[in-house]
Design a protein around this ligand. Structure first.
Ligand code: GTP
Ligand code: MG
Length: 289
């Protein structure tokens, strides 16, 4: 009886919104309860659905915002700071702990790419949800783990990361994407090694840039070897190859635990080639979908 009375009061009050507000301010009825299915509902139609196309590989790439400045502000070692690279991998591991449908992550410098299962149903495949939850978990984890990797250094300001989601329609496109990122790692790393060696040898930034202008990979190899006695191929794989994170307990690599809520996921971080066939042939489950 009391319930029926309330419904009648509500429908009457809907017609008399001025009266409704007055009554609510007098605490006769909770305003929020009465206003469900109100004239404001139409605003939902502005939310455009953004589902990932079926059968495509969703890949979210995050990238540090203005990390040139961030690395300077935190005195990152040049050209590679192992602490910073490992912190990136710790943050990426945490993302994999949160989202079981990520089959693989690849990272270098201030970026990480996360490959979701082709058939993932996470967040109903909504692109904005997938992209935002990855970058959010990554950013908070980066800050959360900072002290572990930089125990002696206060974080000077909160770092930011952007993210984008791209769909790759076939396995070849996905592998080419990952190869592109690993080639980028190689090119940047080789250039940066040469650049900072030249600077350390006494050249200015401008002179070092000039010295490297127009040089090919072979020229840089030769420069490192003849001038600094460095064999590029002997430099750490972490720097030359970046890091690939997969879920496979039988692997030999750095084991890391991605923890989120009750879930504890064991993942493996490897510094290996992902361009050639071998990596994929040894792990057919990765492309199984
Ligand atoms: P936006 O991404 O466009 O915001 O600019 P960005 O400054 O972050 O540049 P970008 O992402 O193209 O490149 C990453 C930059 O981060 C590099 O150019 C370096 O300056 C810096 N960086 C990343 N990792 C390291 C590292 O291990 N050591 C040092 N010294 N710098 C690093
Ligand atoms: Mg960046």
């Amino acid at each position: 009886m009391l319930f029926a009375g309330r419904v009648m009061v509500r429908s009457f009050l809907h017609k008399k919104s001025g009266l409704l507000q007055n009554l609510c301010t007098l605490k006769t009825l909770p305003y929020e309860q009465v206003m469900t299915h109100s004239q404001y509902d139409y605003v939902k139609s502005f939310e455009i659905p953004d589902p990932c196309l079926p059968n495509c590989w969703p890949v979210v790439r995050i990238d540090g915002k203005n990390f040139h400045k961030f690395s300077t502000a935190h005195n990152f070692e040049k050209p590679n700071d192992d602490r910073a690279l490992k912190l990136m991998t710790a943050a990426a591991t945490s993302v994999m702990g949160l989202l079981n449908d990520i089959v693989l992550a690849y990272g270098q410098s201030d970026e990480y790419s996360f490959v979701f299962k082709k058939k993932t149903k996470a967040y109903n495949r909504r692109a904005s949800k997938l992209s935002s939850v990855v970058v959010s978990q990554f950013s908070t984890s980066y800050v959360y783990h900072w002290k572990k990797y930089f125990p002696e250094l206060e974080l000077q300001y909160p770092p930011a990361f952007d993210s984008r989601l791209v769909l790759y329609p076939c396995d070849k496109n996905l592998r080419d994407y990952l190869s592109w990122r690993q080639v980028d790692c190689h090119i940047n790393n080789m250039y940066n090694y040469c650049f900072w060696k030249l600077v350390q040898s006494g050249l200015t930034h401008m002179e070092s840039q000039e010295r490297l202008k127009g040089t090919l990979s072979g020229d840089k190899n030769e420069l490192l070897f003849s001038q600094f006695g460095i064999n590029y191929n002997n430099l750490p794989q972490l720097h030359r190859k970046g890091t690939v994170i997969i879920r496979d307990k039988s692997e030999n690599g750095d084991c890391a635990h991605g923890k989120s809520g009750k879930d504890k996921v064991t993942v493996v971080a490897l510094n290996t080639d992902i361009i050639g066939k071998q990596f994929w042939e040894e792990r057919p489950h990765l492309l199984a979908g």
